[in-house]
Design a binder for this molecule. Structure first.
Ligand code: NAP
Length: 286
């Protein structure tokens, strides 16, 4: 293998240690700990796994976490009512809605109902607007994690050519924005981009947030590039076992790239660490 792995688990562990110290200082100063509420609607097994790992991560750094489960049959009004209660709860500084929501519920209405100062996923239009206008308050966790991973190997992004594949609000579009704020020259690619391989080959730094397992093969990657793989797809193998795949064809891209994040163990742990950091930030501002 040519590429050096960027170890998201190790970087997240360091970040979590810093957060734990800051939480301790917060508790000494205020007499209470930051609190995160996770709202899970329905019984998507992957969502339960994610919420559980976020709950454990909170416990490790001393953040209080409450998990609120609502049945898949909940009406939109019932979900909004629950958010009203969490918005009013002084012990809760961060509210996390685990996505995806059941199709009967309008996700953007739900997210817009979270009090912006408790919106630790930072997807409320007010937080996105502040970010877009260059006055960020809370910033989405996965893009922050991507920036951290990139700057662990390329601290200064001035003049770097970056290609971000994917343009969702949750990941791709916001990651591209954060990178442009760091003075990188950013190309935002998506499913309508013609000749994606040629675009990607120009990238000093390539970020993929697509959700198509192993779409990005070695011929998309400039030799020596930094490659950040955000994709997570559960793939059922012929024997019935489930494996987790990124967007990058790891074995072949690792022969070409300079630095590469693994899946799992790359972006995922950083996303959770930044959720903790955003919860602390929200509590400090309260
Ligand atoms: P999404 O909303 O489905 O967006 C996918 C993006 O990929 C879209 O912009 C789409 O383009 C683009 N795309 C799809 N097929 C493409 C193709 N063949 N060529 C080029 N672009 C293509 O997904 P998301 O929420 O951004 O998530 C993306 C992936 O990241 C998923 O695997 C998700 O599970 C993972 N994820 C990981 C973390 C983590 O912490 N590691 C966090 C969040 C998400 P159009 O806009 O043109 O449709």
């Amino acid at each position: 293998m040519v590429a050096t792995l960027i170890d998201g688990r190790a970087l997240a562990t360091n970040l979590r240690q810093e957060i734990a110290q800051d939480v301790e200082a917060f508790q000494k100063a205020r007499g209470y700990v930051p609190g995160l509420a996770a709202l899970l609607v329905g019984d998507n097994p992957a969502s339960h796994v994610y919420v559980n790992s976020k709950r454990k991560a909170c416990a490790q750094v001393g953040i209080r976490s409450d998990v609120h489960l609502l049945p898949a049959t909940s009406t939109q009004a019932q979900v909004l009512e629950k958010i009203d209660a969490l918005n009013a709860d002084e012990r809760i500084h961060g509210i996390l809605i685990q996505l995806p929501l059941p199709t009967s519920i309008d996700t953007s209405t739900i997210i817009s109902h979270i009090a912006p100062h408790k919106d630790v996923d930072a997807l409320h239009p007010q937080n996105l607007g502040l970010l877009f206008s260059g006055r960020p308050n809370l910033v989405p966790c996965t893009p922050l994690g991507c920036l951290h991973l990139i700057q662990s190997v390329v601290p200064k992004l001035d003049g770097k050519h970056v290609v971000v594949v994917g343009r969702s609000l949750l990941v791709g579009r916001t990651t591209a924005l954060l990178l442009s704020f760091q003075n990188a020259t950013v190309v935002q690619a998506h499913s309508h981009t013609s000749n994606l391989a040629q675009e990607c080959q120009r990238a000093d730094i390539l970020v993929t947030a697509i959700g198509k397992p192993e779409l990005i093969t070695a011929d998309y990657v400039k030799p020596g590039a930094v490659v950040i793989d955000v994709g997570i797809t559960r793939v059922t193998q012929p024997g019935g076992t489930i494996s987790i795949k990124g967007d990058i064809a790891f074995d072949e891209v690792s022969q070409v790239a300079g630095f590469l994040t693994p899946v799992p163990g790359g972006v995922g742990p950083m996303t959770i660490a930044y959720l903790l950091k955003n919860t602390l930030t929200a509590a400090l501002k309260s």
